[in-house]
Write a protein that binds this ligand. Structure first.
Ligand SMILES: Cc1cc2nc3c(=O)[nH]c(=O)nc-3n(C[C@H](O)[C@H](O)[C@H](O)COP(=O)(O)OP(=O)(O)OC[C@H]3O[C@@H](n4cnc5c(N)ncnc54)[C@H](O)[C@@H]3O)c2cc1C
Length: 542
């Protein structure tokens, strides 16, 4: 495939389906919709081809996030809930989207998440109804069963990078009464154990690798890279064109059947707003003609907020020690080149734990990402001392933010207002999460390793102080969702078949449609959404 397959003839061409955004969901749609050679499909991606070698080396996210060649490099507005701090919000800008720069962790969420979507009026989205799509996507190393598939393109494999301190963290959490588990994506999520990864033989399995590699040479699929979609065009209220700048040159593509926005939780609402679908006042303020006054476009923004707690260890048993000099780094590089193993094959985190604080009786309300290393923030250098990180996040935050355009110019980033820690329940959960972590660190398995709490530090003791610590040290765990909420009510942005309310010929399929964020990482659920969307589109057009 050439970097951009565009030429003047194709640029004014007509397709049956145009998919905007080649991310976790968009790649699935491009593959499934073009499986029938009679469907002409265009996939438009603002970023480049995924040629950068760091994309494919698991630990390469340290090189690809905060890098404008692969990341949109969004920054949130100063957030009162974080004592006025702004956060960097990386989002993949490359084939594969955020699945090309993410932490590779394969997590689906809880049965109750999807049953709740269904209860909210989203017929067809209960756990039993979405499970076939998780299975369809998956090629599970642990084999096939009621919950897992082996025939899909998405490689899901066991963690190979392990260290004894990880086993001790597992033992420490199990001392809290949490069962040790080798499958937190099966019958029960509650448990502690190693994460599974979207990787294969030491290489990342992004959505582009999984879904585009086998489809890219189909004559009926055209993949445009460096193709920034600027807005959707309408004939009355029927979406029929995509206005796009391909390598900086403005053109228009026509859609015979449907246009699907898969631009992610920040760009899909931005594109709707730029196309005249959104809160009327906001659109008028930026001189955008209002096609549909849809007040919730860009609202309901949700994210998981991680409190990264760092503990110093007595002995040099951490990655900080293993990689403390250039010679050791070189050794790690050679190990990866020869065996595809070692620190370079490492995902963003090693141990998962889904636990219940005292605020939740029935199901886990917090998740751990445990790492045998520490840094001031992800992507920055390791600390020059022996330390580990137990990052803990609330699974179902109530806080809601929004995404608003701040210009009708599509190259201007929208404002991102997360409103973290803005409800009492979220604040209380943050406090409990810190207390829970301290108990784990005081367990028999862990206490013998720990010399001191480095972040937030022992000076934070009262509930008030712990909340202050959460506001000072927490960070995004990169899971924005729900800005084009799916629902059966008239305020929903899309209906349960993902059709944009108020117009025809336009759907959304990506993390933005989640009515509520799932209790876990969001890549696998978004790929599931892509699979289900493709099925619905093909059914509705047959
Ligand atoms: C650093 C990081 C770490 C993460 N770690 C994990 C993890 O370990 N496990 C997990 O499950 N989840 C993780 N996530 C979250 C997960 O990757 C995302 O939720 C998921 O990829 C979202 O998929 P999407 O299809 O909604 O959007 P994306 O995958 O972001 O895709 C959107 C695509 O649309 C393109 N696009 C946007 N606007 C336009 C436009 N105007 N014109 C053309 N193209 C456009 C973008 O460039 C992008 O390629 C992480 C995310 C990040 C950023």
């Amino acid at each position: 495939m050439s970097e951009s397959q565009q030429n003047d003839t194709q640029a004014t061409d007509t397709y049956d389906y145009i998919v905007v955004g080649a991310g976790s969901a968009g790649c699935v749609l491009a593959n499934r919709l073009s499986a029938n050679p009679e469907n002409r499909v265009a996939l438009l991606e603002a970023g480049a081809r995924d040629w950068n070698p760091w994309i494919h080396i698991p630990v390469g996210y340290f090189k690809t996030i905060h890098n404008p060649a692969t990341d949109w490099c969004y920054v949130t507005e100063p957030d009162p809930g974080l004592n006025g701090r702004s956060l960097k919000w990386p989002r993949g800008k490359v084939l594969g989207g955020s699945s090309s720069i993410n932490g590779l962790l394969y997590v689906r969420g809880q049965r109750e998440d999807y049953d709740r979507w269904n209860e909210l009026g989203n017929t067809g989205w209960s756990y039993d109804e979405v499970l076939p799509y998780f299975r369809k996507a998956e090629d599970q190393e642990q084999g096939e069963n009621e919950y897992h598939g082996v025939d899909g393109p998405l490689k899901v494999t066991n963690m190979t990078f392990k260290r004894p301190i990880c086993d001790d963290f597992i033992a420490g959490v199990s001392e809290m009464g949490v069962p040790v588990s080798d499958d937190m994506n099966g019958k029960d999520q509650e448990g502690v154990g190693y994460y599974q990864l979207t990787a294969y033989k030491g290489r990342r399995c992004s959505s582009a690798v999984a879904y585009l590699k086998s489809a890219k040479d189909r004559p009926n699929l055209t993949i445009f890279t460096h193709a920034l979609t600027e807005r959707i065009g309408f004939d009355g209220t029927r979406a029929n064109t995509v206005h796009v700048a391909i390598k900086g040159k403005r053109t228009m593509l026509k859609a015979r059947r449907e246009i699907v926005l898969s631009a992610g939780a920040i760009n899909s609402p931005q594109l709707l707003q730029l196309s005249g679908i959104g809160p009327a006042g906001l659109l008028q303020q930026h001189d955008v003609d209002v096609l549909v006054d849809s007040p919730e476009v860009g609202s309901n923004l949700q994210d998981h907020l991680q409190i990264r707690m760092v503990y110093k260890t007595h002995k040099p048993i951490t990655l900080n020690d293993e990689l403390s000099n250039p010679l050791q780094k070189m050794k790690a590089g050679i190990e990866y080149l020869l065996k595809r193993s070692g620190p370079l094959s490492m995902a963003a985190s090693q141990v998962a734990a889904f636990c219940r604080t005292r605020l939740s009786n029935d199901r886990p309300d917090i998740q751990y990402h445990f790492q045998p290393l520490s840094a001031d923030s992800p992507g920055e250098g390791l600390h020059p001392f022996s330390a580990i990180t137990a990052s803990v996040c609330q699974l179902r935050p109530e806080s809601r933010g929004h995404i608003h355009i701040q210009s009708k110019d599509p190259t201007v980033h929208p404002t991102i207002v997360p409103n973290y820690l803005s409800t009492e329940h979220d604040c209380a959960t943050a406090i409990e999460a810190i207390k829970y972590t301290r108990k784990v660190m005081a367990s028999e398995a862990m206490a013998r390793h720990i010399s001191s709490e480095h972040i937030p530090g022992p000076e934070y003791q009262t509930d008030e102080q712990l909340l202050e610590a959460a506001r000072n040290v927490s960070n995004t765990i990169y899971h924005p969702t729900s800005t084009c909420r799916m629902g059966a009510d008239k305020h929903a942005v899309v209906d349960p078949r993902l059709r944009v309310n108020g117009v025809t010929g336009l759907r959304i399929a990506d993390a933005s449609i989640m009515p509520e964020i799932v209790s876990g990482n969001t890549n696998a659920p978004t790929i599931m959404i892509g699979e289900k969307a493709a099925d619905m589109i093909l059914q509705d057009n047959s």
